[in-house]
Design a protein around this ligand. Sequence first.
Ligand code: PMP
Length: 326
Amino acid sequence: MDDRICAGFAGAVGRTPLIRLAGFSEESGCDILGKAEFMNPGGSVKDRAALYMVLDAERRGLLGPGGTVVEGTAGNTGIGLAHICNARGYRCVIVIPETQTREKIDLLRTLGAEVHTVPAKPYRDPDNYQKIAGRMAADMDNTIWANQFDNTANRQAHYETTGPELWEQTGGRIDAFVAATGTGGTLAGVSRYLKEQRRDVRCILADPSGSGLYRYVTTGHPEVVGGNSITEGIGSTRVTANLEGSPLDDALMIPDQEAVTTVYRLLHAEGLFLGSSSGINVAAAMHVARQLGPGHTIVTVLCDGGGRYYSRLFNAEWLAGKGLHA
Ligand code: PMP
């Protein structure tokens, strides 16, 4: 087949553009580059992990024709899995905390996933959404629990695809890579790959308030700092198998208002309609640019599109209720 034509949904995952953010670059004197993961066919960075986890299970004989994929997800992994399940003939069962946006939950149902919304509970609680998903899968035949947090096929997706794409797209001219993390897959996989190419590429975590990972990177122990964040899909109170052992140099904590201001600037001044984790990432890239000084290349991730957050991030009243503003 002509290599300009991709084979189905799976073939269209990855090889996303790397966008130079003009205003942010001009202001900082650095090249601020965003990997356009919202352009994946399922609309987020999680398409890569979802695809790798399904292919890995197929390869290992754990998932056969007519099988079922079960996952606990804040939304984007579930959306990626639901697309892949449709394309490959699997049933998709999703357990999602009821605190996630209506848009993501509605989209999952539209895609045909069987969606179970559950009360948001911390990881230590046996009724945490990830643990419920694990128990559901254990009771079903020809079924896998994708287990994105501790299944390192997730990190492998970024080690084998996102990292090499960034290296190739920049011609190896990367001074720093900075990204927020949920499962750790993106940050761990990309950081490992980049450090293997050049050990002095700085790899930095961007963390929202209420997460424990900033302290994990800076002190070695996960410990929650700050209150609740409005960001979705990022921040964690535990070190997942995917994040464990990542070659990280530093961490930054980004307040919600800075993330929101950055999201609106991306929308109005760069023409990019993105979600809150992209705001955290670009805000963090600007901090790194100020630390390194002009003339450096800083790469980050534009994780998903703003359409998943109309009712919150792009709703002035909702923002005001959280003490935030556009
Ligand atoms: N941004 C968004 C919007 C996400 O949904 C996620 C994944 N939950 C991430 C960032 C973080 O990606 P990862 O799981 O690879 O750390």
